[in-house]
Design a protein around this ligand. Structure first.
Ligand SMILES: N[C@@H](CCC(=O)N[C@@H](CS)C(=O)NCC(=O)O)C(=O)O
Length: 218
């Protein structure tokens, strides 16, 4: 019998986080490796520009997840939905609860932070006019808001782990370690992030992606 989830990924993509979520949830899933479109890729390889993959995600972007006839794209949506498929793991606050409202708040905020980071990487200058219109305001205010929120807290929302902690941990890991636009010794963000990277599911997910990278020659 086939697994309930088909996971389209590349180990060098945001799919790394979905792998972590799948492992944290204890999900059973099939993996479909997708190479980035590149003239060097051998003919016949499934890539982000193959018709077969574009039928899954017309954006030609990874990751994607198939569950029965349903296709999900957008990393955060996939991860939150997966968390909801495993209610026994309690990775999302109860629907309608005040914590669920906070969960949505910090979920949307994380997407704005991502673009604050990309703008910083691209050296997009901040200005008062830009700050008024752009969702994250400016880089320093956005990250100081996150720091102030996390300063005396263990978790992003409420008093227990939610899927958002894993999302923020991965986001912060990427931008303190691999594309370092945030300080590697940030006294609030780094200890927060490291708490979740110590989960066994993180090591398992990274190990599985390492094996996949070797198989793909990625
Ligand atoms: N909004 C999408 C972004 C996905 C995305 O940009 N994926 C990158 C890898 S991390 C990708 O597939 N890039 C290949 C391309 O754009 O050709 C999400 O959150 O999943």
């Amino acid at each position: 019998m086939s697994a309930p989830y088909t996971f389209y990924t590349n180990p060098q993509s945001r799919g790394k986080w979905i792998r972590w979520v799948l492992e944290e949830c204890g999900a059973t899933y099939d993996v479909v490796p997708v190479a980035y479109a590149d003239p060097q890729v051998p003919a016949g390889t499934l890539t982000t520009r193959s018709a077969e993959f574009l039928a899954i995600n017309p954006m030609g972007k990874l990751p994607a997840l198939k569950a029965g006839d349903t296709v999900l794209t957008e990393t955060l949506a996939i991860g939150v939905w997966l968390a909801e498929q495993f209610p026994e793991k309690h990775l999302t606050p109860a629907a309608g609860s005040p914590e669920r409202g906070e969960f949505y708040r910090w979920m949307c905020f994380s997407l704005h932070l991502e673009y604050a980071i990309f703008d910083r990487v691209a050296e997009v200058p901040s200005s008062e006019a830009r700050r008024k219109g752009i969702g994250y305001g400016d880089f320093d205010t956005a990250f100081n808001t996150l720091r102030a929120h996390l300063k005396d807290r263990e978790y992003m929302v409420g008093n227990q782990l939610t899927i958002l902690d894993l999302y923020y941990a991965m986001l912060l890991a990427r931008f303190t370690k691999f594309q370092p636009v945030l300080p590697a010794d940030d006294p609030v963000l780094v200890p927060y992030m490291e708490r979740f990277m110590a989960l066994p599911s993180f090591a398992r997910a990274m190990q599985l992606d390492e094996v996949l990278a070797q198989q793909m020659g990625a």
